[in-house]
Write a protein that binds this ligand. Structure first.
Ligand code: TYM
Length: 345
């Protein structure tokens, strides 16, 4: 086994606003990892077009999501922040991976089934091979750690399978090209914290998502204080009081969700939250949660809006990040071409 330099890679789709699920499931960990790791954070615009995007809106969404990244605390002087389409190595490596991954592997992807719905025939081919592009995003940088929410776990497993099959299929060529051991690392998912799967505020059995038609189902990072408080007040609950221990959250998805959200925003644990609020009415937790969410998310929303008013600045960060990202991906892709047997000049 060869060892790989630790490197973090992750991304979010520029489709609509970022929401609390993106923030608690992924972003909080992205921010922390900047302290300890070399980090590459991508706005995955090529993933977005696997379902139809109006070009004008897409352009705005790419800048808006970048503004949100910065407002949350990603630091372009420490991390590379860029948009996927500016580094063509992603698409190129994805093609190689289209030829490494097996149809059977992709057929198992639950997210494709969910997104394509009943009418699979009408889904884009891009939506089907999306996990191969995701593997390419990560492996174009030989990234070793990938902070994501729980819903991306299966895609990460596929990325590991692809890395493994590439290493095995091309083992001789990899050695002949002068590489010792595996060419690609097996990227590890980082799924951490008390809110790795944030659920809808209207239905504790459904994931919080951008595509839910009800805006009341999610907290957007750009919601103002009144909207945040109103959404939390209206969040679905059940009739019982809160339990004092986490075992009591079983079978109570809304109680589970709200305590998890509180813990993640407070930087504490579910047990600590229940020690404080257990035995009491939901309304007490909701009042405290509204206050905490406004305190945590309010400044992010304001900073996002400030940055949205300065698109030149945001574009400059993406341009610089893209150059830095490409400087890493280009030599790796050149090696991949050689290993695959292409004639490289
Ligand atoms: P996306 O854009 O759907 O979501 C971005 C990140 O937010 C997390 N997330 C959640 N976490 C907890 N609860 C939720 N309700 C919730 N909703 C979203 C996601 O797990 C993700 O971490 N395919 C990816 C983007 C991607 C990517 C990559 C990620 C493309 N290439 C390479 C990592 C590495 C996606 O669609 O995420």
């Amino acid at each position: 086994m060869s060892s790989f330099t630790p490197r973090v890679f992750s991304g979010m789709q520029p489709t609509g606003n970022l929401h609390l699920g993106n923030y608690l499931g992924a972003m909080l960990n992205w921010i922390k990892l900047q302290e300890t790791h070399e980090c590459i954070y991508c706005v995955v615009d090529m993933h977005a077009i696997t379902v139809w995007q109006d070009p004008k809106e897409l352009r705005k969404a790419i800048l808006d999501v970048t503004a949100a990244y910065l407002a949350c605390g990603l630091d372009p002087s420490r991390s590379i922040i860029f948009n996927q389409s500016q580094v063509p190595e992603h698409a190129e490596l994805a093609w190689i991976f289209n030829c490494v991954a097996r149809m059977g592997w992709l057929n198992r992807m639950t997210q494709f089934k969910e997104k394509a719905g009943k009418d699979k025939e009408q889904a884009s081919v891009g939506l089907y091979v999306y996990p191969n592009l995701m593997a390419a995003d990560i492996l174009a940088y030989k990234a070793t750690h990938v902070p994501v929410g729980e819903d991306q776990k299966q895609h990460l497993e596929l990325a590991r399978d692809i890395a493994g099959k590439f290493n095995l299929d091309f083992a001789d060529a990899i050695r002949e090209a002068g590489h010792e051991g595996d060419f690609f690392p097996q990227p590890e998912p980082f799924i951490m914290g008390p809110a790795t799967r944030v659920m809808s505020l209207r239905d504790g059995t459904k994931k919080m998502s951008k595509s839910d038609p009800s805006d009341l189902s999610r907290l957007n990072l750009t919601d103002d204080a009144d909207t945040i408080a109103r959404k939390i007040r209206k969040a679905k609950t059940d009739a019982d009081s809160l339990p004092s221990e986490s075992a009591g959250l079983k079978g109570r998805p809304e109680a589970d969700n709200l305590t998890g959200i509180y813990a993640a925003l407070a930087g504490s644990s579910v047990d600590q939250v229940l020690a404080q609020f257990g035995g009491g009415q939901f309304s007490k937790l909701k009042d405290a949660l509204a206050e905490l969410a406004v305190a945590r998310l309010g400044p992010i929303g304001q900073e996002t809006k400030r940055l949205q008013a300065d698109p030149g600045h945001v574009e400059g960060i993406l341009a610089d990040g893209s150059r830095r990202a490409r400087a890493i991906a280009r030599p790796i892709m050149r090696e991949v071409r050689k290993i695959a047997g292409f004639v490289v000049f």
